[in-house]
Design a protein around this ligand. Structure first.
Ligand SMILES: Nc1ncnc2c1ncn2[C@@H]1O[C@H](COP(=O)(O)OP(=O)(O)OP(=O)(O)O)[C@@H](O)[C@H]1O
Length: 519
């Protein structure tokens, strides 16, 4: 804590500091220019309607409960739960004599898009309590850990993100490299593994700070550039290798596990192009958390994307974003993927994030120069797109890790009911909600299938999970449907007549959010 001569409450983010500068007549004091890490914030009780002197308010014996209850207003939008329930609030310490409180908020990732907002919200909320004069919130993140690997080098890698494409030359490596540096700019520790043994591009695209590959016993220490760890066959072996498929995946597996990655929030895996056996084996072996698919408009893009999604699906890896690279000239922005495609990707495959990257000289020049584009042009509009992609990846990985549990789904023939996590759903309703291209007009979203087209006797003949996110159903009318779990949940809640509980929870959440906004 830092003691303050006045009781002016200030948050010390650069943005608010500059606001303070503008608003003040006198020059800003050094005291107000403390860095973010020393961010004890003091209460002037301007949030309190009564504006009581805090000294006169006794400290309640259950102060901890009050603090936690207050902090429940901060909701993690990715996980749709409050930070107390999620167990993020830790190490609470309260000094009664100075009425100062401190605590940590441990997020799922240091790259969390809301970390600054959460900090400010926590400070505001806690300072709204009349028995607290000063607060110190430290934002931290869970240490990355990989419990599903037996390789020591990978044991502290939190998430592996595969960047994949159906064909070569579409910008997969460019996307991998820039995604990695964009993730780093959000605060994460990152590595890149170039798994393309036939034509490694990492050595051309990223020139390491020091290009000597060091062996530590039987392990290899990765190279680095601006703190991002790098490994590619190309750093060890000049040129590309001539190998057959099974050798490639075995070698890559070994190579990846002898690399001492250390503690990494995200490891970007630049996959070899294609969706064949090598890619499938790699995807199975390397314990991939999520995938990003890169395509170009010239390459029959939509069919390619679907092929890529299907490959990852077979091994339960969710595709979280699609990058349509070299999609337009900067001077002539045209939309390649229409809204219909976007809707299909979202409704059929649960992919919510699509980015179109223009073809620019600078991206090409940086690709050849050894300095990643995002490092060389951090303020460009294209770097902003890469950061948006990185933010989506961060958010989807958090969701995938926290909500990886698949719902329990059964068909109870006796009552002709589908049970989705104990919620009943009529087969006619689910069949009627099919969003495939035969049931919904792709371009307009208009429902082609009418409720009257669905026979009353319809029933599922076979139901199975697709990836971690969707249910695939073979219907008795011969139709095959795919429903993201998200869609089924909202269908159940739409159909439920007495949704009071959910509504109450939502109302409560809304009330807390409103309270925050008022503060
Ligand atoms: N948005 C872009 N604008 C301009 N040039 C680009 C863009 N994206 C990629 N490139 C250039 O296109 C070429 C191919 O890109 P890249 O090597 O990333 O593709 P790839 O899909 O990884 O290819 P391969 O699978 O053959 O390794 C490179 O010269 C790269 O600099």
């Amino acid at each position: 804590f830092i003691s303050r001569p006045t009781t002016t409450r200030t948050t010390f983010t650069p943005a608010t500091t500059s606001k303070i500068c503008q608003n003040q007549q006198s020059p800003i004091s050094l005291f107000q220019l403390r860095p973010l890490s020393c961010s004890a914030v003091t209460n002037n009780n301007d949030n309190n309607v009564d504006a009581q002197s805090s000294d006169s308010v006794p400290v309640p014996t259950d102060w901890r409960d009050e603090v936690l209850q207050t902090l429940r207003a901060v909701i993690d939008p990715d996980l749709n739960e409050d930070i107390v329930t999620l167990g993020f609030v830790q190490n609470i310490a309260f000094d009664e004599s100075t009425r100062s409180i401190s605590f940590d908020v441990e997020l799922t990732t240091p790259a969390h898009a809301m970390k600054e907002t959460f900090k400010i919200d926590c400070e505001k909320l806690v300072l709204g309590l009349p028995f607290i004069d000063s607060v110190d919130v430290t934002m931290t993140a869970q240490a990355p850990i990989n419990t599903e690997t037996d390789s020591e080098g990978m044991s502290q890698v939190g998430a592996v993100i595969a960047v994949s494409s159906c064909k070569g030359g579409v910008g997969k490596s460019t996307t991998s490299v820039n995604l990695a540096y964009a993730l780093q700019s959000l605060g994460a520790s990152v590595g890149i593994f170039d798994a393309d043994v036939y034509g490694p591009s990492l050595p051309t695209m990223v020139e390491p700070d020091d290009d000597i590959v060091r062996f530590v016993g039987r392990q290899i220490s990765p190279l680095q550039r601006n703190g991002v760890k790098l490994m590619s066959f190309g750093y060890i072996n000049e040129g590309s290798a001539v190998m057959r498929g099974p050798m490639v995946s075995q070698l890559l597996d070994q190579f990846l596990s002898v690399t001492q990655w250390g503690s990494l929030d995200y490891l970007i895996l630049d996959m070899p192009p294609g969706t064949g056996d090598i890619q499938l084996t790699l995807t199975q072996r390397l314990n991939i958390t999520a995938a990003v698919i890169v395509t170009t408009p010239q390459e029959l893009s939509f069919a390619d994307v679907v092929r890529g999604v299907e490959m990852f699906d077979t091994v339960n890896v969710p595709c979280v974003a699609v990058v349509e690279n070299m999609a337009y000239y900067e001077s002539d922005p045209i939309k390649i993927f229409g809204d219909g495609h976007k809707r299909r990707l979202s409704e059929q495959w649960g992919i919510e994030h699509m980015y179109s990257m223009p073809l620019t000289d600078q991206i090409a020049t940086n690709g050849d120069s050894g300095t990643p584009f995002v490092l060389g042009h951090p303020d460009s509009p294209q770097a902003k797109i890469y950061r948006e992609l990185a933010t989506s990846v961060v958010s989807e990985v958090s969701k995938a890790k926290y909500s990886s549990r698949r719902p329990e789904i059964n068909y109870i023939e006796e009552f002709n009911i589908i049970q989705f996590d104990d919620e009943p759903l009529a087969p006619t309703e689910l069949r009627g909600a099919c969003r495939c291209a035969a049931c919904v007009e792709e371009l307009t979203g208009r429902q082609i299938l009418k409720p009257s087209d669905v026979p009353e006797s319809i029933k599922p003949l076979q139901m199975s999970s697709t990836g971690n996110y969707a249910l695939s159903v073979n219907w008795s009318d011969g139709h095959k449907s795919l429903y993201p779990y998200r869609q089924i949940k909202s269908l159940i809640s739409e159909l439920s007549p007495e949704n009071e509980d959910t509504n109450n929870v939502n109302e409560e959440k809304n009330a807390r959010q409103k309270m925050l906004q008022r503060l």
